[in-house]
Design a protein around this ligand. Structure first.
Ligand code: PT1
Length: 287
């Protein structure tokens, strides 16, 4: 068994001490295809209700996103993204005590979300936005998820190429961590790292990363992983998007064994069950 790393993750008023049982982050998609009911108010209300349900089911964090980052997804305007996510964050900030994360690549959206009560910026564009995003994170002393991607959602799956994906993702984390802490005003304690499964990666790249998650423990920062419903599972197993939960739970369990501390998922109850089971067994392993 890997020695558990002692570390703190800070996100505004929240302070999470590790080692501890893995955290489950519930996905709150505020996109027309997820919660559309015609009117904006209903969309926000439905998304918030779904989020509250996930907290009841055991979500430790909620990740609210208005712009899809699925492969091929079209970008949306800043105004549209704000209109989608801010009402949901406002509703949730008043009703839940778990940290809220804003899933965005736009600094202005991150800033508005933090103002509305979010505590973490989940930056799927960590390669792109840089300084402006860091300023918002630093100002609010928010948590920051630094996600590795190659390209943008519109084009990232066209032809992703790496000489060594595990090495290159590690180099990216090293470079970004150095830059955001030296020039960005962000403390290492505010940062979590995410290899970005499906963000400009082939099936083989995703499997390589999952097999070597342990190696990213060297950064001594919490690792976050999102595999929920992703197409690499479909490519390996021929499973449709609604048939991928068992495989995603296996990935989550293996990730926990590899030292991942935060699992991002649509399926909170099932993921909580999987990681608690894995942890119960792992706790009994002799060093
Ligand atoms: C993720 C993640 C995310 N994933 C974090 N944030 C998405 N921190 C959105 C597919 O191949 O893993 N970590 N925010 C969703 N992105 C994708 C990517 C969804 C690929 C689907 C696929 O199906």
């Amino acid at each position: 068994m890997i020695p558990a790393t002692e570390m703190i993750f800070r996100a505004r008023q929240f302070e999470v001490a590790f080692p501890r049982p893995a955290l489950v982050m519930g996905i709150v998609n505020v996109t027309p295809d997820s919660f559309s009911d015609g009117g904006k108010f209903l969309d926000a209300a439905a998304a918030a209700a779904h989020a509250l349900k996930m907290v009841e089911l055991g979500a430790d964090l909620l990740d609210i996103g208005g712009e899809s980052t699925r492969p091929g997804a079209a970008p949306i305007s800043e105004a549209e993204e704000l209109q989608r996510v801010i009402p949901v964050i406002q509703k949730l900030a008043a009703r839940v005590s778990v940290p809220l994360s804003i899933d965005t690549t736009k600094p202005a959206v991150a800033r508005a979300a933090l103002q509305a009560g979010a505590s973490i910026v989940n930056d799927a564009g960590a390669r792109i936005a840089g300084e402006a995003m860091w300023r918002a994170v630093a100002e609010f002393q928010a948590g920051y998820v630094c996600l590795h991607s190659q390209g943008t959602p519109a084009t990232m799956q066209a032809n992703p190429v790496y000489a060594d994906v595990v090495l290159e993702v590690g180099e990216f984390f090293e470079e970004r961590l150095e830059a955001m802490t030296r020039r960005g005003g962000i403390a290492p304690e505010q940062v979590a790292l995410d290899v970005g499964i499906g963000f400009g990666k082939t099936l083989e790249h995703n499997l390589q990363l999952l097999a070597h998650l342990q190696s990213f423990g060297r950064f001594q920062r919490p690792l976050l992983l999102g595999v929920s419903r992703k197409s690499f599972i479909g490519h390996l197993l021929g499973a449709g998007v609604d048939e991928r939960l068992p495989a995603a739970l296996v990935c989550a369990s293996l990730a926990v064994e590899s030292g991942v501390q935060i699992i991002r998922t649509h399926d909170v109850a099932e993921t909580v069950q999987a990681v608690r089971m894995a942890e119960a067994v792992l706790a009994r392993k002799k060093n």
